[in-house]
Design a protein around this ligand. Sequence first.
Ligand SMILES: [Zn+2]
Length: 311
Amino acid sequence: MALPVPQSTSVTTATSSSSNFPSTSPRKIKISCSQLRFSETKQAHLRLMDAFKGNSALQVKALRESQGLTQEIINNEQKCVQIMDNESELFKEMKHRFLTFKKDKYLENLEHFQNLAKVQKPKFMVIACADSRVCPSSILGFQPGEAFIVRNVANLVPPYENGPSETNAALEFSVNSLEVENILVVGHSCCGGIRALMSMEDNKNSSSFIENWVRIGKPAKLISTKATATASDLNFDQQCRHCEKVSINQSLLNLLTYPWIEEKVANGKLSVHGGYYDFVDCTFEKWSLNYKGSESKEEGEYSIKDREFWC
Ligand SMILES: [Zn+2]
């Protein structure tokens, strides 16, 4: 289906309406806008000079101003060309990567990928941070079909009572339809989302989408602040690091607030795990929630098992 075309780009899109998506290409829009502005300026320049015929002072002023405007447009055009060159290089590289994947992976394992085209049966549901340095497929080697992944700011799982979000929509599909066997929440070092949580004023209304999202991690912040309060020599970075790990466990507990998750965990059909990727020294810590061991604990407390440190 063709994408909707903004009115302001009609100059470009009129020539490319026959294809499906190039009509809204930012590159074409930039070129046409720039060309349009340049042509309009030239016409305005001519009209001004015409209007001031016989008044030499006004003519000189109009000439100077229009020359300045022309120079500004030329500069903008040069900047546009540079941006387009960079974009073109980025997509050239992307195309190369895709074609390499197709040749070396897809076509080499054609039967596997054709089966995968019919059905997916991932063993993992992964919730990771949107941070560009924390790609689960790269660091944990998930291949297509192996993990259903949702990424959000600070890898948070909202509790059931918070209502719908894209994270719990992905959970519902992966747990109830795909019947994954494992949910893995992956946190990481130097998390900007956790830093935002630790920095924000808790009781202040905010219009920031980030603050309103990371607020989900407030219980982890409280636990973390309380735990680090006695260690007065911990600086803010260390407190954030502590919270990065506590919030993973908070997310594991939040997973259990979904009745259809808790039921499967209680029946042993689903396991929930935490992971912490430290990209400063490239280590990975992995653990699992001990559901049975957590049953006798107070609300908000948990027991973990199978802790491993990969370095
Ligand atoms: Zn993060």
